[in-house]
Design a protein around this ligand. Sequence first.
Ligand code: NAI
Ligand code: OAA
Length: 356
Amino acid sequence: MQPGSEASRRIARINSHLHPPVSQMEETSLLRRATCRSQGGASGFKVAILGAAGGIGQPLALLMKMNPLVSVLHLYDVVNAPGVTADISHMNTGAVVRGFLGQPQLEDALAGMDLVVIPAGVPRKPGMTRDDLFNINAGIVKTLCEGIVKCCPKAVVNLISNPVNSTVPIAAEVFKKAGTYDSKRLLGVTMLDVVRANTFVAEVLGIDPRDVNVPVVGGHAGVTILPLLSQVNPPCSFTPEEISYLTDRIQNGGTEVVEAKAGAGSATLSMAYAAAKFADACLRGLRGDAGVVECSFVASQVTELPFFASKVRLGRCGVEEVLPLGPLNEFERARLEKAKKELAVSIQKGVSFIRK
Ligand SMILES: NC(=O)C1=CN([C@@H]2O[C@H](COP(=O)(O)OP(=O)(O)OC[C@H]3O[C@@H](n4cnc5c(N)ncnc54)[C@H](O)[C@@H]3O)[C@@H](O)[C@H]2O)C=CC1
Ligand SMILES: O=C([O-])CC(=O)C(=O)O
């Protein structure tokens, strides 16, 4: 390998973030892989997971380590990151895994990342709303986003931490304040709502959930979660009772899991699955694949609200296009008005947290 080549620079960059420093043997293996990539072999993206030792973070790290589009995977947490990293790093898949523990290592974890996925923060217990998490999670998201500003301002950010309806506006305000805001690169993860909607609708229709696609718009909490059952693919129709049952079940899917876990947290495994699916879609977009469309809570002009979840087309810069809602029926129009009222309050709460 040529000294000063992209491969050797890449290795130098990787090595500068290793905790602990790599052994000579490991270094040789990293060099071989980087050389292969620089010669047109498997290329890939650098992905960081912040909150990687948590209930979502661990299975998400596992799934991202299995993603062939990922060449470098950074696992950051304020606890247990070294153990999770050691464990995941033994998987014989392509991504090079490195762990980072605690605030002093945040900047190293973020340096040069293409995609940052954030499941850091506390989850709900029975009886709580997502908004009850605001006081703790708002500060966590603010700190992590300040790190992104410094170390990878051009990274695409997938924000999972609740309440998403407020944490996405918080992230936007942090980025605006620093002058690095690019609305195309900030995406709130609402994929679990789509995953649930596809599953529950498939159950009612008696078909394979993999063959179903339900757009879910609005936001990610209670009545702000609005499944568009009039736009299900494949086209189908439901009775009023089915519509009421499905809407209610999709809106309360998170609470269903929180209650079943009885104090041990909220959805982690289905969320990791949904987050991995969404991150993969973002990476395929970054790679330049055509026709990558998923629902996400993003800066939007689809309604009068500054943020809204709807279908978005993903591309080389993140969100290439926010797609319109399409025709809604009377039931959906009424639910949309309800959703917007609650969303407006949650968005403002996030904005005020930074502007106060
Ligand atoms: N967007 C969505 O659809 C969903 C969002 N969530 C949300 O995801 C978040 C995480 O949930 P779980 O993984 O179940 O919680 P968890 O408590 O199991 O894991 C959270 C992890 O974040 C870490 N953490 C805390 N402060 C941190 C900081 N300043 N920097 C880095 N890491 C930090 C913790 O050490 C812990 O390992 C919650 O806010 C939850 O409500 C959960 C499910 C679905
Ligand atoms: O319900 C929660 O607190 C976690 C969550 O967002 C979900 O499962 O949709």
